[in-house]
Ligand binder design. Structure first.
Ligand SMILES: CC(C)(COP(=O)(O)OP(=O)(O)OC[C@H]1O[C@@H](n2cnc3c(N)ncnc32)[C@H](O)[C@@H]1OP(=O)(O)O)[C@@H](O)C(=O)NCCC(=O)NCCS
Length: 200
């Protein structure tokens, strides 16, 4: 079972170890909300995430949320996701709503499809109906994650910035969540609501 966990100080060690694994395996880092720039200042990163959440939309920045994808069985961070709750012109052009990653030692197990499914749930809660995402054409694991959740390829272009072909996808959030719930709901759990916590 997999679940989204909001980063807290309790996960400091596990979060830093998550990033270290990417360096160890020389892997691209994506969807970590800038954690790789705060390795010496985890508390500062938590403060940054709080700022990100309340960030008004500007030409430079948009509000966003970052989650750990945690495997309940051993409380291991297996993935991360960064969800932009609005798009400015820059993100419409490049980057889109969602960045994500799965740690190198946990790839190829279908975890990123669950990551995106839960990410789309967050988008739905924020009233986002269409999610725009992009990936390099030579990143089939990312492209196939989007396709598996009903993503449609809308554009392919050469990017000077990446020196390669970039693909843009769109996902109809409500349609996707309805269509794929039967597959992914049995694999996920949700944190208790505040009310439930009070009852306990
Ligand atoms: C992209 C990434 C998140 C995929 O994570 P993952 O957990 O391995 O993905 P999943 O196991 O959920 O697989 C998703 C789909 O990709 C396919 N896939 C997985 N690894 C693959 C590979 N190496 N080559 C081709 N397809 C692959 C899976 O078969 C699945 O497709 P299917 O449902 O059609 O069978 C991971 O490779 C990663 O963190 N990469 C570095 C960061 C990154 O590139 N982020 C995306 C930026 S756009």
């Amino acid at each position: 079972m997999l679940t989204f966990v909001k980063p807290t100080s309790a996960y400091q060690e596990k979060a830093l170890e998550y990033i270290q694994e990417f360096y160890q395996y020389h892997s691209n880092i994506n969807g970590v909300g800038g954690l790789n720039r705060y390795l010496e200042d985890y508390d500062g990163w938590l403060t940054k995430l709080e700022r990100d959440r309340n960030q008004p939309v500007t030409e430079e920045r948009v509000p966003g949320e970052t989650y750990f994808l945690v495997r309940e069985e051993d409380d291991r961070i297996v993935g991360m996701i960064n969800i932009r709750l609005a798009l400015n012109e820059k993100l419409k052009e490049y980057g889109g709503h969602i960045g994500y990653s799965i740690r190198p030692t946990e790839r190829g197990k279908g975890y990123n499809k669950v990551n995106l499914y839960l990410g789309l749930k967050v988008c739905q809660q924020h009233g986002i109906e269409e999610v725009f995402m992009d990936c390099d054409k030579d990143n089939p694991a990312s492209a196939r994650t989007m396709l598996a959740l009903g993503g449609k390829l809308i554009r392919e272009y050469y990017s000077k910035r990446d020196d390669g072909i970039v693909q843009d996808y769109v996902i109809d959030v409500n349609q996707s969540l309805e269509k794929y719930a039967a597959i992914y709901e049995p694999m996920v759990t949700y944190p208790p609501t505040t009310d439930q916590k009070e009852v306990r």
